[in-house]
Each structure stands twice: as structure tokens, then as C-alpha cells.
Design a protein around this ligand. Sequence first.
Ligand code: GDD
Ligand code: MG
Length: 347
Amino acid sequence: MKALLLAGGLGTRLRPLTENLPKPMALIGNRPWLEHLILHLKSEGIADFVIAVKHYPEMIRDYLGDGTSLGVRIQYAVEETLLGTAGAIKNAQEFLDDRFLVVNADIVHQVAIQPLLDFHLEHGGAVTIGLTEVKDPSQYGVVEQDPFGQIVRFVEKPSKEEAPSNRINAGIYVMEKTVLEWIPKGEEVSIERETFPLLIEKGMRVYGKVIDGYWLDMGTKERYRKVHWDLLERKFRLPLGGKEEENGIWIGENTKIGSGVLFVPPVLIGNRVKIGDRSVIGPYAVIGDHCEIGQNVRCSETIMWNRCRVHNATQLKNCIFGYDLELGSKHILYEAVMNRWAGGLQG
Ligand code: GDD
Ligand code: MG
């Protein structure tokens, strides 16, 4: 079965990190999430991918190419204009087989796909939507089901009071290609606001099946941080590179650590990082490859992408920094989220 990864959104809630980056290319544990996602789905038996791209498509293509380096095949369905989630699926029509998997590429997850496929085949619906349960469903697509799992109502981002349940669309579907007949070509169409409600209204069978395993949409800054703290707390696992020196302290290769440096776990330090004397790193710090941290720096609850430089005696708390940023000495930054316009992906 092919997987269609929806990766073309603007990622507005993760700006400024996504000003010049497709959201699924945001680093998770020092690697673009999209790469982790493909490797996860490969481990679930999927070898063929179509990526629906629009926002900075060349960044995804340059990084993943035709998939050979990951041992999979990747094709690209490029949108000229934003077509929305259903429009993006329609636009990928020529690459898709009779039945396929659709995944919102910003969902950090380790969900088993086979049970979803088995359920879909047993029930014979047009779509089977993977569902998860959350406390506040108002940020998501919410479903109401009958006792057999068939979805009788799908409401995208209802108010808390109007939400029919706390079961939400997890952004992972098995879909029959016949569904594409209900999506107009070349128009902006939302699968959540238009297509799912239409299919239900027309009596096409849409099912929901609760999925197991770690799941979090990384699409806001709060959730982007939470994914990292969950990773460091081992609520789910990804290949983290480097080795774990002691409980909760991961250090990459060729990293140079000055004298008197204190790591307060959990922390993840990338490859070829330099950390100056007496700096205190953690708790909750993720430092990308090639970063240079000066002396007497304090860095906690902070995620820093590759090649950042932090000068002496600067204090960082609850920050997120994109690629290649340089921070002066003796700055105090709390809750800063920064990006550099000309950020690159290499290294
Ligand atoms: N190619 C393409 N074109 N991709 C798009 C487009 C588009 O026009 N619009 C959005 N996407 C991609 C995004 O890049 C993202 O990976 C995915 O589709 C979902 O879009 P989001 O903008 O992240 O949607 P959301 O998080 O608010 O809501 C969606 O996900 C929830 C689960 O986290 C919906 O599917 C909800 O129903 C769902 O509960
Ligand atoms: Mg999302």
C-alpha cells in the first residue's frame, strides 16, 4: 500500500520556524520529522510514498529525493496553489492505487498501521479514519460514531461545548480511491470541512477506529516543545544518534565539552557540538549538530537547531531557535522563538 503524506500546509501556528520551511521538515530530536515519519512507515511495511507539497517543496525534494537513501520510493505531487487537504489528495490522483494510506505529515506518532488496514478491510468502508482521544477536542476534527464504529457526524474544530465527543481525527486514514470522485479537481477543498461531511451525508460508509501508540500533532509551539520533552522522557522512541552517557544525557559524536559543564537531564546534544566551560545545559535541552555554546551559558527547556552559536553568559529558557542563529553574550531570553531567513538544511 502506498502512503500519501500531506506536507504542503503553511504551518502558520509554528511561525517563525515555518516562514521558510515546510512544517514536517521541522527537526524532531535533531532530524527532520518527515525522515523519521518515512522510516516509521517503512517499519510498518510501506515502501512507496507520495508527498503532497506546496510550501517550499524544493526543501523536501532536495532532502529526500526519490527515497533511495532511505530504502523507499518517493514521488511528489506538487500544488501550484494551496488546494487544501482534499484538493491535495485529488491532485495526487495519478500516483495513487485503488486503496491507499493518507497521513498528515505533521503528526508525530508511532502508530501501528496494520490494525487500521485490517479494520478497513473487515468493514468495507470508503474511508477508515484513525481516531485518538484528547481532553480538549476543539483544535481537531471531532467524530460521533454508531456502536459499530461508523461515523455519523464529523465536525472540524467545534467549540468545546459543541464537540460531540472527545474522539478526534488523528490525521491517519485508509481511503478507497472512489472517494476522489467526490472531490472537485483544481479547487481548494478541505477533507475535514467538506469531503468527510459530504460522504457521510451521501451515505458512503466512513468508519473510525481508535489507534494505539504515541500520537501528537506538532503544529503549535507548545506541542512542538511537548513532543521533545516526551521524546526525552522516553514516552516514545526515535533513533537519537550519539550515545546515552548516563540516564537521560545523550551526547553526539565528536562533541567537545569544556571543564565544569553541568548537564541536568534530560538533554540531547548533537554531533560536533562545542560547549564552553561552566555552562549548565538542561533540564530539557535539545542542541543541534555543529552548535557552539560559550562559557557560563545556561540553557533549559530549549530546542536549538543545527549550527547555532550562543556567546558567553547568555541565559535561555523555554526557547526554540531555527538553523544558524547567533546570540550575543549576556543576553537573557525567555520564551523566544527565532528563525533566520536564509536558513539551510544541510549538516
Ligand atoms: N499538500 C497540502 N496542501 N497539504 C496541506 C494543505 C494543502 O493545501 N493544507 C494542509 N496540509 C497538510 C499540512 O502540511 C499538515 O501536514 C496536514 O495537511 C494537516 O494540516 P494542519 O493545518 O496541520 O491541520 P490541523 O492540525 O489544524 O487539523 C488536521 O489534523 C488534526 C489532527 O492533528 C485535521 O485533519 C483535523 O481534523 C485533525 O484532527
Ligand atoms: Mg496539524
